[in-house]
Design a protein around this ligand. Sequence first.
Ligand SMILES: *Cc1c(COP(=O)(O)O)cnc(C)c1O
Length: 408
Amino acid sequence: MNTKNNNTSFDTLCIHGGFEMEQHHAHQTPIYASSTFIFDSAQHAVDLFTGKEHGYIYGRFGNPTIEQTENKIAALETFLLNNGNGEPLQAKAILHASGMAAFTTLFLSQLKQGDTILSHYSLYGGTQEMMDKVLPLCGVNIVLVDCKDINVLEEELKTNKSIQLIHLETPANPTIQCVDIAAICKLARQYNIKVSVDNTFATPYLQQPFKYGADFIIHSTTKFLNGHGTAIGGVLIGTDVELMNTKVTKHHRLLGGNSNAFDAFLLNNGIKTLALRMDRHCSNAQKTAEFLAAHPKVAFVNYLGLATHPDYLIAKQQMKNGGALLSFELKGGLEAGVSFLNKVQLCTHAVSLGTCDTLISHPASTTHTGVARELRLKSGITDGLIRMSVGLENVEDIIRDIENAIHY
Ligand SMILES: *Cc1c(COP(=O)(O)O)cnc(C)c1O
């Protein structure tokens, strides 16, 4: 199927995008479990290495299972989008061993000693720690500001000439805060600065950051794209295909955070049901959030589908729906939260998100233990906050489980 065909629907592209039939006509993209690939001739080897001919060389660089999955993801992130000249927007995706590996390739290929990343202060714990603890060792500085305030952002860009990249996570983990991608990209362009967006929570089904001018998109494919919790993975997608094919590919190959055929196979199959799953995730999350918001023992609920969420309007502007993630705090704070976590039976108490089943976790004691308490509180991650990734179970069963666990 021609995945560049803009007449295809998104849900159809989830299934057929990226597929290329192999020589035996396998109906599913096979798992190419081979660490190296055979050259036809000395010239063939030269042509593959110089990029004159497309093909496979060595497993760390890629293989057909990985490439078909990359092409599917690139097709979804550029679905129905045009470049400035009215032509279909092109993008290249590079699959990685994890979301963190994709970040490593992005940051190390785009930044050098003395450069600064500007970001919002509500981030995935691992991203935050990487910025705090690893990147400074490479001489890359981090500035975290309130990216919801465009004036604060502009002031920072005006005064700090070392900023080379703005990294956004929207919606952000686990407070479900959103920032205005279009407004920030517009400002970044005036200062000739690139913008990367972590689109893990929304997926391209709910939000396409390229539509609003982002240069790079990152996913932890471990989450909704895989959807079944079967493999860790990450992807880096960029619209500057030339840059992706040269500098970024070089970093991907040399840093060694490559994906593998089996994980790519699981991911490729998972994405086939992405649209269906996201619709159900969103409707289940909406009903669960409404239930929690109306419960007398619940202090507050963060969910983008509730008009009470401070970023409800930004979300409406750039997302198709509220997503699967919500967080809340019980009136009894930390103690009530711990009791709740110990009492749920259907909901699974585990970190991660985006799987078929409902996952709940306590960020302060798990994903964000590495983040200083002051910074954690500043980004809205209170001691008793509970995060839920609402799954695909029957929503009445989810709500019953929560209701039983709240009665401590
Ligand atoms: C999980 C996650 C990551 C990190 O991805 P891994 O696959 O665990 O390396 C990054 N960003 C967000 C928003 C995540 O949820």
